[in-house]
Write a protein that binds this ligand. Structure first.
Ligand SMILES: O=P(O)(O)OC[C@H]1O[C@H](OP(=O)(O)O)[C@H](O)[C@@H]1O
Length: 327
């Protein structure tokens, strides 16, 4: 057992570390891994009393929750699985929790497929799509369009600092899609050649704002200026229920090492010590695109103008939610 949290199984600790270090990344993939980790915790629990079992599951959920703050798919997944944790004995609790986690994972996969076929309807044969970062929801739309027999080309933004655009490019090439890879700064120039901007989302706020990889908002503003429609592919698990009650979405600030190595820092400021060298590196992982720059949010429940997404949010989540690990 990890010394950080004696109740939590090492497999859960490993998943939490992988999410924090982005070895597991992407909002849907993180949600899937979190559900899997809770199922593992349930299967391996050594609890002999129901209250101990429940405490272990809640501790595991809290550890997973604290890895990254922006993608709401993570707390939504944890909440979904823990809400299914019911029963009078440890074995009943174990079965209910693992069943619920499996159900969640099945629904997640099904929602992405459904969303893909809805998103594909927006794409025509011969369209050129500009992407940002790597989104499995966005790729599901492209995959469905290809399966429909449409020829699609892609302009793929590199996506500094972690270059997830390479993952997108690799996937698209596996599907034989012609790819033009560009640096982020070239996006405006290449928008003239694009028929759509297609991105994913880490969270969608009640007012229809889209929280996604840093650089999305600038891309969307430029796309609007160029008359290129912006389509956001986001399963309903990306809807952020807390924003209905006025909470804002925390934007994750990541380590400066993703932007600047120690050697590069020395190159800029010489041998001055960190504290006094006068150089600050900021590395926000996400930004907020206001709803007026988004044409459609495509979910497994259909496509929505961003301003109307709150209706769906209310239907799916109700008005209030607690912390994911709270009963
Ligand atoms: O759920 P899917 O569509 O796969 O990904 C959604 C979003 O998650 C990613 O975040 P990160 O790379 O984990 O920081 C990107 O911002 C991407 O658009």
């Amino acid at each position: 057992m990890d010394s950080r949290q004696p109740d939590v199984d090492p497999a859960v600790v490993a998943t939490a570390d992988d999410i924090a270090a982005m070895r597991i990344r992407g909002a849907a993939t993180i949600a899937d891994a979190a559900a899997e980790a809770l199922a593992t915790q349930a299967k391996r629990s050594d609890a002999t009393a129901p209250d101990v079992f429940e405490r272990q599951l809640r501790a595991a959920a809290k550890m997973l929750y604290e890895t990254r703050p922006t993608a709401v798919s993570l707390p939504n997944a944890l909440r979904y699985v823990l809400h299914g944790m019911g029963g009078a004995s440890v074995s009943a609790l174990r079965d209910a929790t693992t069943d619920r986690a499996e159900e969640f994972q099945r629904e997640l996969a099904r929602a992405q497929t459904t969303l893909g076929s809805i998103g594909a309807n927006r794409l025509r044969d011969g369209d050129v799509v500009m992407t940002h970062c790597h989104s499995t929801d966005a790729l599901a739309c492209l995959e469905a369009a290809l399966e429909d027999g449409k020829a699609i080309e892609a302009i793929v933004k590199e996506t500094r600092p972690r270059k997830q655009g390479h993952i997108t490019a690799r996937q698209l090439r596996e599907w034989d899609v012609p790819v033009t890879l560009i640096v982020d700064n070239a996006a405006r120039r290449y928008l003239d050649e694009a028929d759509h901007v297609l991105v994913g989302a880490d969270s969608i706020a009640a007012d229809g704002s889209v929280i996604n990889k840093i650089g999305t908002s600038g891309l969307a503003v430029n796309a609007r200026e160029r008359g290129v429609p912006v389509m956001v592919a986001a399963q309903t698990i990306k809807l952020h229920p807390d924003t209905m009650t006025g909470h804002t979405v925390e934007i994750e600030m990541r380590d400066e090492a993703e932007v600047l190595s120690d050697e590069q820092r020395v190159d800029i400021v010489g041998d001055a010590t960190d504290a006094g060298d006068g150089l600050v590196v900021e590395n926000p992982a996400f930004d907020v695109t206001p709803p007026r720059y988004v044409d459609a949010i495509v979910t497994e429940r259909g496509q929505f103008p961003p301003e109307s997404i709150v209706t769906l949010m209310r239907e799916l989540f109700g008005e209030t939610t607690g912390e994911p690990w709270e009963p």
